[in-house]
Ligand binder design. Sequence first.
Ligand code: ZN
Length: 451
Amino acid sequence: MRIVIENAAIATVDGESEAGTEYENGHVVVNDNVIEAVGPGKADGPADRRIDASGCLVTPGFVNTHHHLYQWATRGYAQQATLFEWLVELYPVWAGIDEPITHAAAVAGLTRLARTGCTTAADHHYVFPRDGGDVFGAMIEAARQVGIRMHAVRGSMDRGESQGGLPPDSIVESLDGALAGTAEAIDRFHDPSPDSFLRVAVGPCSPFSVSDDLMSEAAKLARDKGVRLHTHLAETLDEERQCLDEHGCTPAQLADRLGWLGDDVWLAHGIHFDDDAIARLGATGTGVAHCPTSNSRLGAGIARVQDLVHAGSPVGLGADGAASNEDGSLGIELRQAVYLARLKKGPHSATARDGLWLATMGGAKCLGRANEIGSLEPGKQADLAVWRLDTMAHAGIADPVAALVLGELPPLKLLLAGGSTVVEDGVCQGVDEIEAAAALTAASKRLAEYS
Ligand code: ZN
């Protein structure tokens, strides 16, 4: 199957930062699941499908580096709360998730991601109620239905209320149980191939909900199995205070001590890092999933994204769970990231193209897939978004990247993941959205009644 996309503006994001090579009027050729050619003007050769993308911008598909899909069933709770207050309100609700609730939430969340340009998503699932069934498998089944690439992070918690943690004991696992469940998830699902649609990573939830032993044993397990490591770190000052009280060191120092810095690790949030921590993250190649909307909703702070990037740390964007970001799209995070950077360091600190880079190549680097996805280059996976800039929302903006990042998120003409159509003319091909919305409403209602 050879697909030719022509007459479009193209931002390849093939550089080390910003948007890389751009074409005002160019083509992209897709051959089966890979990109065959990208360039100016018309494409050579025949096409099984030829798409006139006049008035559109083609970008790489977005990479979402941090999410909790089950939270789609718990949006609108704890609307004015710090992270710890928010967790205390939500844990007892999450204790009620099961396979059907998780599936309904994940279908809705992934549909939202796909419809806003996302072709790869990392989901961090760390709530395993004892009678909840196969919630991890239910989330993965939803990813197969929607058709985007999944990095399924098998999370865990072993520090319940009785151990000084915040979650109720009914949703935490034993250390051995968490490690066995994580190993099983890797053996059952992980596909390391370059065109993989399903990889598994190891993800104890956060140092304040997980014992030191589980953090360090989980890191060993991940390295034995050759998979990546993910956790929450340095999200709030409350977390930093607790870490200083309990361990006598900062969260970054604790992560270092427990084997949690390295180029196979990406950390969610990474807001409260001092200069030493940033230098250490950069030197070790540790990645950061920057979640600007979630950080704003919880008033957690503003990550030092530009300092991290300059230090050598791969930084991508994350929507985070929809309980702290009711919009749940990755598309709006590009603008949020640019604006938060400017609020922190002034208007010259971040460009629209920086936002696009973070959402594509930055994310691919966080997930260890810079050679496979994240840019439009021959030989890479055919993950791309064709954005319509010809409607009233964007008409007259001469710079297509500015229209995409600074303007309203445009409608999608087409979204391809591995050359397969995921979204066409704004409609997600694998999902009946009316049915999916009804299932989500029922799931949310059942959870509300449970709590
Ligand atoms: Zn999170």
